[in-house]
Write a protein of this length. Structure first.
Length: 96
């Protein structure tokens, strides 16, 4: 066997919780600190973060195949010849 690759390691519960909590309560870091410590201390979590018993209840990516940190579940990029939506004409076509 050996040491698992970093990409396969579970995301740190406290870091993930605190990052997401700050989006909701940006002016109350003590609330996030207390809430996340309490949440991550639960022994029966199924969020797929560090210390959880499974990843059954975790955030899944757009394809729903594995858990991903919130906000990193981006759609796959597809490059098609002749379709460039990042150019001026392409953005205009999409309404940007």
């Amino acid at each position: 066997a050996g040491v698992p690759l970093e990409a396969d390691a579970a995301a740190d519960c406290f870091k993930d919780c605190f990052k997401n909590c700050k989006l909701i309560a940006p002016k109350d870091p003590q609330y996030c600190q207390n809430n996340c410590q309490e949440y991550c201390a639960q022994s029966d979590r199924t969020d797929g973060l560090s210390g959880s018993v499974s990843s059954e209840g975790g955030e899944t990516g757009i394809l729903g195949m594995n858990t991903v940190p919130k906000g990193e579940d981006k759609p796959p990029e597809v490059k098609l010849p002749g379709l460039d939506f990042s150019s001026g004409k392409g953005k205009k076509l999409l309404g940007y």
